[in-house]
Design a binder for this molecule. Structure first.
Ligand SMILES: [Zn+2]
Length: 239
């Protein structure tokens, strides 16, 4: 009897363990979600890539704009609603310079284990701020920290929205984030046609990420790559 009980306890523990691992993998996956379209890289044989910046706008928007102008590339920015409210003019400046702007939620909280209405508000409040600042057309969405589980993908698929992830995030790797040269080298080494590169240059602590932009752009252009916004990159799917 005792033995039977301990077998049952063990089985329950195992099921819970598998459930936790599966949940974690699911919410963190860059390439899979339960519903709707998730893009971490575009399948193409053309030498095209997209440079994306997460978070902000911030006091570094102008620095990034200047760097991108000097590098002569357009990028895609996933901005946070609460930060847009502080700097709505930054959105206009980014648009005027030809960059694309996506939605990165209102509060930048992890979009898991929250109520459907909370998740919906996070997306829709930020959409409205972007519309007020002049964003037209489809608004791409990227979840904070890439986290999503069940309702968020369902909601996005119901609204025919894509979840835009990334396949290269050089400044999220501690061992290289503190060196612009290493960020550049990592990017140039691991690039593939259709790659989506993520940088976090909006923060004071990420000066090296901003410094790396010029090297990433000139290095990739030397390899024959062209820079596209994420929407333009999506058009290259299968080409
Ligand atoms: Zn973020």
């Amino acid at each position: 009897m005792k033995k039977k009980r301990s077998i049952i306890a063990l089985a329950i523990a195992l099921v819970l363990f598998i459930y936790c691992i599966t949940t974690y993998k699911l919410m963190s996956s860059r390439t899979y979600q339960v519903a709707g379209e998730l893009v971490s890289r575009v399948e193409t044989s053309q030498k095209v890539v997209a440079l994306t910046f997460d978070d902000g706008p911030s006091g570094h928007t102008d620095d990034i704009l200047k760097t991108l102008e000097q590098a002569d590339v357009q990028a895609t920015f996933f901005l946070i609603g609460t930060e847009i409210e502080k700097r709505p003019e930054d959105v206009k400046k980014l648009l005027q310079a030809g960059h694309e702007i996506g939605n990165h939620t209102y509060h930048h909280n992890r979009m898991i284990f929250k109520s459907p209405s909370y998740l919906r508000d996070e997306v829709e409040k930020t959409d409205q701020l972007l519309r007020d600042a002049g964003v037209t057309g489809e608004i791409l969405f990227r979840p904070p920290n890439g986290k999503k589980l069940l309702y968020l993908p369902y909601y996005l698929s119901q609204h025919d929205r894509k979840t835009i992830m990334w396949n290269l995030e050089p400044d999220s790797l501690d061992e290289i984030a503190s060196s612009a040269d290493q960020i550049v080298e990592y990017t140039l080494t691991n690039i593939q046609p259709g790659s989506i590169i993520l940088l976090h240059a909006m923060y004071d602590s990420r000066a090296e990420s901003l410094k790396a932009v010029q090297g990433i752009v000139s290095g990739l252009k030397a390899q024959g790559y062209q820079f596209k916004t994420v929407s333009e990159l999506l058009q290259m799917q299968g080409k």
